[in-house]
Design a protein around this ligand. Structure first.
Ligand code: ZN
Length: 334
């Protein structure tokens, strides 16, 4: 009897905790016209008129001929890559100034001094309402790098980002190492993520962030031609993505990472230009850390802003009827 009661109690607790994350039906149909959720696009996707039109809209003479890297045991293989970094491969040496002509440099910092560029990757998270409530209560917007597969699974949560005024950027369809993909796969990862965001949220981002920061001149050139002129990296990584229990760093280690970045807000590190910090809405652990450290960040830095704001992008989406405040407007400075 007791064990039965414990079973019921356990089920109840599990239900309460996972309630937000129970798949629900929506008016959006992702069963066709998209790759499988959390899978790379395949020939099923490539052999469609829709995809061919997108693929053929790219001027491939402007895309450097770089062979895809291989992934070994879940890691991108850097052996045999030349020391002089011909492809400006961020993974190899954090190169962000392309060698290929006409390719835009990555955005890695906020140009304004004493400014923290606030970014959260890998959403929308199915259980992010507490976190988004927190940001709202603090009148704080951030740049959200959304994964297309998560947008497909959690459309209500995706829409909330726009309603709350956050700045939405693309974080690919299924979160692969982009430099390991064929040209068709790169196009598919970006195109279908943008399509999902447009379908569900109603806007088309002009910015994206490569998963793991894995980008080179080939991938940048393709993204740029898909109307993603802004590739956003970071110059400070909290390593929250690698936190226990799923990762290898302890909670204390993540705290000390945050603390050192908070210290940089008052020790003159960013006297001339600011930072862009990598954080995640990946799970309850990363969202809790984000909320715990936010007040200290705001105390230490003069400005805490989304990337559109720090880059003075007032039209963050392809749709021209949506505008965003400039840095001056957002911060009330002039
Ligand atoms: Zn990511």
């Amino acid at each position: 009897m007791l064990s039965f009661l414990l079973f019921i109690l356990g089920s109840l607790i599990t239900f309460v905790i996972s309630q937000d994350c129970t798949p629900y039906s929506s008016s959006y149909d992702f069963s066709s016209g998209y790759p499988n959720i959390w899978e790379k696009p395949t020939s099923d996707n490539f052999n469609t008129d829709e995809f061919q039109q997108v693929y053929n809209s790219i001027d491939w003479s402007q895309v450097p001929d770089i062979q895809p890297h291989t992934v070994v045991n879940g890691d991108i293989d850097q052996s045999n890559y030349p020391d002089d970094d011909p492809d400006c491969w961020w993974t190899y040496n954090q190169c962000s100034s392309p060698n290929a002509p006409g390719v835009q440099p990555d955005v890695t910092i906020c140009p304004e001094p004493e400014t923290w560029g606030l970014t959260y990757d890998d959403g929308p998270n199915c259980a992010h309402n507490t976190f988004y409530d927190f940001l709202k209560e603090n009148d704080q917007n951030a740049t959200m790098f959304f994964i297309g597969s998560n947008v497909a699974n959690w459309p209500k949560e995706a829409k909330r980002a726009l309603t709350d005024g956050h700045h939405i950027c693309c974080h690919t369809w299924s979160h692969q190492y982009m430099t390991s993909l064929t040209n068709e796969e790169v196009v598919g990862e970006l195109y279908y993520a943008l399509k999902a965001i447009k379908t569900v949220i109603g806007v088309t981002p002009l910015c994206w962030r490569p998963p793991y920061g894995d980008v080179d001149d080939r991938v940048r050139a393709i993204a740029q031609q898909l109307n993603l002129p802004m590739t956003v990296l970071w110059n400070l990584d909290t390593n929250d993505w690698d936190m226990e229990p799923d990762g290898s760093e302890t909670s204390d280690q993540i705290d000390s990472n945050f603390q050192s970045f908070v210290d940089m807000g008052t020790d003159g590190t960013f006297a001339n230009s600011g930072c862009i910090v990598l954080e995640h809405e990946l799970n309850n652990g990363t969202m809790s850390k984000a909320m715990e450290w936010y007040p200290k960040i705001v105390n230490a830095y003069q400005y805490v802003v989304p990337i559109a704001t720090c880059m003075n992008v007032t039209q963050p989406y392809a749709e021209s009827d949506y505008s965003y405040p400039s840095f001056t407007d957002y911060t009330g400075t002039n």
